[in-house]
Design a protein around this ligand. Sequence first.
Ligand code: NAD
Length: 356
Amino acid sequence: MPTYDALKLPAHVETVLLTGAGGFVGREVTKLMLELYPKLRIITTDVVEPPRFTDDPRLRVVKADLGKPEALKELFDGEKIGGVIALHGIMSGGAEADFELGWAVNVDSHIALIKAAHAHSDAVWKPQGKKMVYVFISSLAVYGGPKARPEDHVIPADTPIIPGSSYGVQKTIGEFYAFDYGRKGYLDTRSLRLPTVAIRTGAPSSAASSFISGLIREPLQGIESVCPIASGPEDPILDDMKVYLSRAKTVFRNIVWGLCMPEENFKYGIGSRSVNIPGITVTTRQIIDALVQHAGPEALKLVSYKKDPAVIAICETWAGSYDNTAEQKQGFEVDDAKTGFANAVGDFKAELQASK
Ligand SMILES: NC(=O)c1ccc[n+]([C@@H]2O[C@H](COP(=O)([O-])OP(=O)(O)OC[C@H]3O[C@@H](n4cnc5c(N)ncnc54)[C@H](O)[C@@H]3O)[C@@H](O)[C@H]2O)c1
């Protein structure tokens, strides 16, 4: 089995289309692929202007609203796209707050994208007996229901998909679309369910999990951060609310591995084309403790507490841990349970330092 470190792209993947390139994950995955693959052509797109990291023509940047059919035509026409990483979307809190927008972007635009990818793959790759590799970025928010609460350890084969939010439902639909295109042999599809990615750089997102990174990111920059799940530092919810996350660097490499992974590796899973990207479990208390370790007790003055029932309601539908034996066999990497979060904070501090 090819190893994770190989990160070797299939030979026909010489051009990759990456959507959501103006967002946090899209930006970083683009940077990583530019570093890893000096010959790869990358087309990045987003409704906001995606960053142009290089003048090298192998990076094509397209500002486009993927809700508009003409945008898809512009992206695919005249290209030989061997791989897609479909990252664009409206995050959990945003999709809950704006129902119509969540469905339009997280479902309608993704259906249009996969249809366009299928047509492109048929035209470009089918005559050569090949198909496009299509990575749909999903979320562990597809789980929910009585067996996927913060106190639960999810065994994928025993845990039904019962999303607890519109976002989770929308991601589930995206996964099923991807699954069926894979089952039919139209595209080589994979759905990667990301855990919370820590530490998120830049501005806070509309994700309900946004506070997890915010409790570190804002105080380290001298900015106040509000913890929306507790009424004060003694609130027991800080110990009870387990969150499942992964160091950002690990997630970015796992996404690239999702594009590289041989299709046969799905045999280690439970028969679907969906992968639970491995993470580690931390409590909100451990996150606050990590802040103190890195920035001293003074930093606590920048943390305030104000319960937000809407955030708590979404967080309560997320499981605290997942069995990831299958994903590790498939070649995905997992952070060390003891050092993973500290490493994530260290990465963020190093980035802050570098940007000064
Ligand atoms: N960051 C996390 O912790 C996390 C966890 C689980 C899953 N995910 C998934 O990973 C993906 C990337 O997450 P992120 O944190 O980078 O989110 P983000 O909000 O930073 O980026 C999403 C991007 O999608 C773009 N977008 C929205 N509507 C669009 C449209 N109509 N046309 C084109 N682009 C559009 C936005 O402009 C934004 O730049 C998302 O699909 C998200 O659901 C992220």
